[in-house]
Design a protein around this ligand. Structure first.
Ligand code: FAD
Length: 517
């Protein structure tokens, strides 16, 4: 009898395995059979392309790439996979411009949706009293800039680099030197269209389906795919006065930064960066900044000191030049930088916003763009920033030659705590971004191992000293670590997941949830 029952069980399990294998092997043809405006690709070159990202360290091959031409292509695909149930094990990753750092837009053996192919809606600019633009979730910010400028308008809040998609930055936050005034990009969105993890297409805003709206903003792609977004606009300037001043004293530097983020109408952009162990300065300016008085800049020697560079931008139109010059001079006269270190230039608004792309072109020509990028981005509470700087700059981080270290404060009142983004407890916090490029096969300070080790030391120090630091563009690999990251927000994050993506099939590359089997 026992032998008979065992035999039956083996037969049953074999049938189940054969059925499962059959289901899995028939998935490509079932995807191919979907009536779509776009198409699925199973080409090796396509799969290989989406298996990597800007970080250049993690690679997961999907089974297929969807190139959608309509929102219903995305909804039908997700609905189809949802209907296959948990046993299919298929996951779905929206891929914006693939500028994640640790495989966040990848899906091992699943479907990657190439959001840039989504050609609807075409951008629609509304030029009335409170202007906005409706865009596709796969649109690049640089294209939005060019389109809205045709109407004399522009989005208000940016990232430092514009060759990123709307869906990609809204899934994280979108922070740059304008965030002190307008909040991050997620504070400048009025409406979203989302395809949830069950394939439902939902419109949402503060007033309509507010829970999904807030959940998706900074939600790391966990609750749905952003297919459309309405972005707030304002009148565009044509020019920017771009200014850099240096400090040797960290207290004076941060005091001035904090003063400026509360000064009404002083500057439109406030950032800063750290210069560690440098000699000549001019050749090492980050990005495309070319000061008008290069002789003065050449004369200044940092001589290996740790210096802090405050970077400011003032927007204007040509006819306002005289008045703006006077205003800027007045505001600069209240700063406590090293007197001989005032470097200025004037550039067009587009060149200013697209400045990192100019560096990209230079780096690409030297083969230095597609290298590993072991970046670390941290939000640090204001009251802990001095302690952090003392220990980290010049002690743990001894070089900045392999990439900039950005540091600037933002004002939490401009952030919406109903969104999913995780922030420190305090009202003002600093973004500190270690944006290193690793030199391939180097064992020196600019090698990958060394930079990763340095990042680890920084994180260990933050944890040991209970600084209340939060990672931005967070990367964790265990549920316990994610719980700690989210803290009191974990419960609502988890609850939203069970409502909007119950099978946990979306954005598996974030490694927060596993598709339930
Ligand atoms: P991807 O890397 O393709 O995707 C990121 C995540 O979002 C993935 O989990 C993906 O599944 C999900 N996702 C993508 N599209 C959608 C969608 N439509 N709906 C739902 N989920 C989606 N960030 C800042 O905040 N400020 C900066 O100044 C800044 N500068 C940067 C400069 C460079 C050179 C680089 C490489 C990155 C920078 N970033 C900055 C980080 C950047 O905002 C994020 O890496 C962002 O995710 C990249 O956008 P992407 O379109 O490439 O998204």
């Amino acid at each position: 009898n026992i032998l008979f029952i065992r035999g039956l069980m083996i037969l049953f399990l074999s049938c189940l395995t054969i059925r499962l294998n059959f289901c899995i092997s028939s998935i490509p043809s079932s995807l191919k059979a979907l009536p779509l405006k776009g198409h699925f690709s199973f080409e090796e070159a396509d799969l290989k392309h989406v298996a990597r990202d800007f970080g250049n360290r993690y690679q997961s091959h999907p089974m297929a790439v969807l190139h959608p031409k309509s929102v219903s292509d995305i909804a039908d695909t997700i609905k189809h996979i949802w209907n296959l149930g948990p046993s299919s094990q298929l996951t779905v990753a929206a891929r914006g411009h693939g500028h994640s750092l640790q495989g966040q837009a990848q899906s091992h053996g699943g479907v990657v949706i190439n959001m840039e192919s989504l050609s609807v809606p075409e951008m629609q600019v509304y030029t009335g009293e409170s202007p906005y633009v409706d865009v596709s979730g796969g649109e690049l910010w640089i294209n939005i800039l060019h389109e809205t400028l045709k109407y004399g308008l522009t989005p208000r809040s940016w990232t430092d680099y514009l060759h990123l998609t709307v869906g990609g930055t809204l899934s994280n936050g979108g922070v740059s030197g304008q965030a002190f005034r307008h909040g991050p990009q997620i504070s400048n969105v009025q409406k979203l269209e989302i395809v949830t993890g069950t394939g439902e297409v939902v419109n949402c805003s503060e007033e309509q389906n507010g829970d999904l709206f807030h959940g998706v903003l900074g939600g790391l792609g966990q609750f749905g795919i952003i297919t459309k977004a309405r972005i707030v606009l304002e009148p565009a300037p044509t020019m920017v006065k771009w200014i850099r001043v240096l400090y040797a004293d960290f207290t004076a530097f941060t005091r001035d930064q904090e003063k400026l983020i509360f000064a009404k109408k002083a500057f439109d952009y406030v950032e800063g960066f750290v210069i560690i162990n440098r000699t000549g300065l001019l050749n090492n300016w980050r990005s495309s900044f070319n000061p008008q008085n290069p002789v003065q800049a050449i004369k200044f020697k940092s001589d290996g000191r740790t210096l802090f560079c405050l970077e400011l931008g003032k927007y204007y139109n040509l006819e306002e030049t005289l008045v703006v010059n006077q205003e800027v001079e007045k505001h600069l006269s209240h700063l406590n930088h090293i007197p001989s270190t005032l470097f200025q230039t004037e550039v067009t608004y587009v060149d200013f916003l697209d400045r990192v792309h100019i560096s990209e072109v230079k780096l690409r020509s030297k083969g230095l763009w597609d290298v590993p990028h072991p970046w670390l981005n941290l939000f640090i509470p204001k009251t802990k920033i001095h302690h952090f700087a003392e220990v980290v700059f010049g002690n743990i981080v001894t070089e900045t030659s392999n990439g900039p270290v950005l540091i600037y404060p933002v004002n939490k009142s401009k952030w919406d705590n109903r969104t999913s983004v995780v922030m420190p407890e305090e009202d003002i916090f600093y973004l500190v971004a270690f944006l290193a490029s690793a030199v391939p096969s180097s064992n020196g300070p600019d090698g990958l191992e060394n930079i990763l080790n340095q990042n680890k030391k920084i994180l260990e120090y933050c944890e040991r000293s209970h600084l209340g630091v939060k990672q931005y563009l967070p990367h964790y690999t265990t549920e316990e670590a994610w719980r700690l990251h989210f803290g009191s927000q974990w419960q609502i994050f988890q609850q939203r997941k069970s409502v909007y993506d119950p099978l946990a099939m979306l954005a598996p590359g974030q490694q927060i949830f596993q598709k339930s089997i």
